[in-house]
Design a binder for this molecule. Structure first.
Ligand SMILES: [Zn+2]
Length: 435
């Protein structure tokens, strides 16, 4: 029989100090164990894979461990070892997703009446507690209202809002946080060392990101990557295995956009597309790229983006090429496209048009400026004509043009709004002329 154990299980934290992130929860629990101030019911809420049942088990171990020190279980004694293997008779785990009825809670009620067989505390861990039926909640409430002194409930849920207030009010609440990408990648790095797997920083960050805040999910991706790539994981192998675009392609697209090279951008996109690029993933990646660029450009703080150092350096170099205004114009096009791309019947053409638009975004502004210069050039001729006709509202025309001059002859280049208002006034003036 194979001895292979998935990483999420193999590296499941056995002590509070081993839990990644969630310090607020683990420290409070350690303090409670040391002080002997144990609540009868705890409610751990938070997204999946962030360590709710892991923390519940560690608490059960710490409370029942004869060698407990500073609130931590020893993880060696009989009690700790039985809890670790889920065979301790006084630590009972229930998955409310599959055992949600009144009879299941009645079983708990019966079991709760009996004193613990060997431990100090009888421990019930109810996972996905929000799945219980109303009747089951009522029965649970009865136990929580008058719990015997040896009883501890840990309720875990991804949907705390679905739990009746009467239950919540009897619990000590701990909301668990989604893990940061850097926390997950740090943990992945430790584990890959332990497993003697060579992995580059870019791959670590990519896997950590795919975990979407859950260490367990990231470890799942890590395991698959190891089984595909073997003992050496490189970003090239990883992206081809996961079939997702490399960061590199967004830097190339940004280069085409920067030089206004529509043809280059479209050829490159078509090449990627022929290699099986997922268009929605590409779109999301490009949006994220310019969002990261905006952060680097506007804050100069590289730590705010979840990327390895090599990528952060590239962003800093790219930030030199783009002004904040220009990045905002690009982001505007991308965010306008966001809802429409989902509804588009041909996403490829949609993205091609959008790429052309992104490449032209500065050209459009330049063109408008040129138009204004031209219009300004013909202003004198126009004024002369107005003067010669001795039009009654001549002063109004003059003042409109004076305003134009102010708004277009500023030291900095005119903003889009200024250009539009200038054009509008010039056109109004033309209209007046023909009245
Ligand atoms: Zn122990």
């Amino acid at each position: 029989m194979s001895t292979y154990t998935v990483s999420a299980r193999k590296y499941r934290p056995q002590k509070f100090s081993e839990v990644t992130s969630q310090e607020f929860v683990t420290q409070t629990m350690k303090n409670a164990v040391v002080a002997g101030k144990i609540a009868h019911s705890y409610l751990l809420s938070g997204p999946r894979g962030v360590g709710k049942t892991t923390i519940a088990r560690i608490l059960a171990k710490a409370l029942n461990c004869p060698n407990q020190k500073d609130g931590e279980p020893c993880d060696n004694c009989e009690s700790c070892s039985e809890i670790k293997r889920s065979i301790h008779p006084d630590v009972i785990e229930i998955d409310a997703a599959s055992r949600r009825g009144i009879d299941d809670i009645r079983d708990i009620q019966e079991a709760a009446k009996a004193h613990p067989m060997k431990a100090n505390f009888k421990f019930f861990i109810i996972d996905e507690v929000h799945m219980l039926t109303q009747q089951a909640f009522n029965a649970l409430l009865k136990i929580l209202e008058e719990p015997p002194p040896y009883l501890v409930f840990v309720l875990a849920t991804t949907n705390p809002e679905k739990i009746p207030a009467t239950i919540v009010s009897r619990c000590q609440r701990f909301p668990l946080q989604r893990l940061r990408v850097s926390e997950i990648s740090g943990k992945l790095k430790e584990i890959s060392k332990e497993e003697k797997v060579k992995i580059d920083d870019e791959s670590l960050f990519l896997i950590a990101k795919l975990g979407d805040g859950a260490l367990r999910d990231a470890l799942g991706v890590f395991d698959s990557a190891v089984s595909y790539c073997g003992e050496k994981i490189t970003i090239d192998d990883l992206v081809s295995f996961l079939n997702i675009p490399q960061k590199e392609i967004y830097f190339s697209i940004a280069e085409f956009i920067n030089s206004g090279d529509v043809k280059g951008a479209l050829n490159y996109f078509n090449e990627l597309s022929a290699r099986g690029l997922d268009i929605q993933t590409f779109f999301n990646g490009l949006t994220e790229h310019f969002r990261d660029l905006l952060i680097i450009k506007s804050t100069s703080e590289e730590e705010l983006i979840d990327e390895p150092d090599s990528i952060k350096e590239k962003f800093s170099a790219e930030a030199e090429l783009f002004s904040i205004d220009r990045i905002l114009r690009l982001m505007k096009i991308l965010s306008d496209a966001e809802n429409r791309i989902r509804l588009s019947s041909n996403q490829k053409i949609f993205v091609e048009v959008m790429l052309a638009e992104l490449c032209r975004v500065d050209a459009e502004v330049r063109d408008l400026s040129e138009i204004i210069t031209e219009l300004k050039g013909s202003k004198k001729k126009f004024l002369t004509e107005v003067d010669s006709t001795n039009a009654p509202a001549k002063t109004e025309v003059h003042s409109a043009i004076k305003t134009n001059e102010k708004s277009v002859s500023g030291e900095s280049s005119p903003s889009k709004d200024e250009i539009v208002s200038t054009l509008k006034q010039l056109f109004d003036a033309e209209e007046y002329k023909f009245n």
